[in-house]
Each structure stands twice: as structure tokens, then as C-alpha cells.
Design a protein. Structure first.
Length: 191
């Protein structure tokens, strides 16, 4: 494990084409340490709102199965998401609700790091604390610090290319990914 690249799944909580969070997620491979290989998670768009009765009748939805398989296969997960109304965007929360219903919950003992970009002053921090709470309830192992909040996101990304142009933000993301690699490897060693 010590010399193997970590397989890190990146989940984006925004479905918007010109999403700042999706742009941040696309930047991660360039900022990650060499010991990490990042790949995008399958989309959860199209997943119906979780309904226990439909779950009982039809089983786990195929979109949820594909999403959960990707999480289970990864060594670690980074979630990059906006904040909606001071909390987790409904689509992402719904996908987590589906994931929590699997017999083998894919987030259990999975190292998870959070990042958020928001146009406001708090950079999605309230969403992150709610996400931390939900994921802890299904036994994910959450990285504490460093935290990544991209505040006033419209000023941090190039208006045309959406490239993350703000150097202090790039440095902060790099620092978090370096810490996250160490955190995830410690967990992998313990099994
Ligand atoms: C439904 C909705 C709710 C929002 N609520 C918040 C909020 O609570 N806090 C915040 O900082 N920004 C909020 N915003 C603004 C988002 O930060 C902004 O739209 C951001 O660009 C969304 O991320 P994205 O670019 O990755 O899609 C909200 C946006 C939407 C569409």
C-alpha cells in the first residue's frame, strides 16, 4: 500500500454546466500529490427521490448501484459541492440517502475530504458541516483539517475558462490533498 497510488474518487455536488465546484473538481489532478490518482464519480443525476416503498418493490436503483460501486472501489473520496440554502444540495443528499440503504454501505470506513465553492462570504461552510454529520452517521472517516472553502467563487475562477486562477486557493487545495493522502494511508494500513 505504501508505494501504490491511492485511487481517489471525486464527487461533485453541482449538476450545473458552468459549475464552480465542477471546475474546482477538474483542477484537483493538477494539485494532487503524485501518490494520488483522481477520477470522477459516475453521475447521480437521474436518481429518483428515495422512497422506501419503491425501494422495497424495485430494489436499489441502477444509478445508485453504479455510484456506490465506484465509492466502494475507491481508496478514498473527495466531495466538492456547493451549499444550497445553508445545507447539502438535494441531489447529493438524495444519493447519500440511497447509499445508506445498501447492505454494505459504501462509505463505511472510507476516508472522505470535503471542499466547497460558493459565491457568498462563507464559501459553503454550513453545507460542509451538515455533510460531515450525515456521512459520519454512515461511518465515513472524515478528514478534519485543513478545510477548503472557496469563498466569493466568482472572483476565484477565470470568467471565460473557469480555471481556478486564485493562487492562495490553489495552495490551500494542495495542502489539503497532501494531508488527505497521509490520512487515507493511515486508515488503509489499519485495514
Ligand atoms: C438553490 C440555491 C441555493 C443557494 N444557497 C446558497 C447558500 O445557502 N449559501 C451560499 O453561499 N450560496 C448559495 N447559493 C449560491 C451558490 O453559492 C452559487 O450558485 C454557486 O455558484 C453554486 O455552485 P456551482 O457553481 O458549483 O453550481 C445557492 C444557489 C442555489 C441555486
Amino acid at each position: 500500500m505504501a508505494d501504490k497510488q491511492l485511487d481517489v474518487l471525486v464527487i461533485c455536488g453541482s449538476l450545473r454546466k458552468r459549475s464552480y465546484n465542477a471546475a474546482l473538481a477538474r483542477t484537483l489532478p493538477a494539485l494532487a500529490p503524485p501518490g494520488m490518482a483522481l477520477r470522477a464519480a459516475p453521475s447521480f443525476a437521474g436518481l429518483p427521490v428515495y422512497n422506501f416503498d419503491e425501494h422495497q418493490a424495485d430494489g436499489i436503483h441502477p444509478i445508485a448501484i453504479a455510484w456506490c460501486d465506484a465509492i466502494r472501489a475507491a481508496d478514498a473520496v473527495v466531495i466538492v459541492s456547493p451549499e444550497y440554502n445553508w445545507s447539502i444540495p438535494g441531489g447529493l443528499k438524495n444519493a447519500i440517502d440511497w447509499a445508506s440503504r445498501l447492505k454494505e454501505v459504501p462509505f463505511a470506513r472510507k476516508p472522505v475530504a470535503l471542499q466547497s465553492a460558493a459565491t457568498g462570504l462563507l464559501g459553503g461552510s454550513r453545507m460542509q458541516y451538515h455533510l460531515r454529520q450525515s456521512l459520519t452517521s454512515i461511518d465515513a472517516l472524515m478528514l478534519g483539517k485543513p478545510e477548503v472553502f472557496v469563498t466569493f467563487s466568482a472572483k476565484k475562477f477565470d470568467e471565460k475558462t473557469l480555471e481556478l486562477s486564485d493562487q492562495p486557493t490553489r495552495d490551500m487545495v494542495k495542502l489539503q490533498l497532501e494531508s488527505f493522502e497521509k490520512f487515507a494511508r493511515r486508515i488503509a494500513l489499519k485495514g
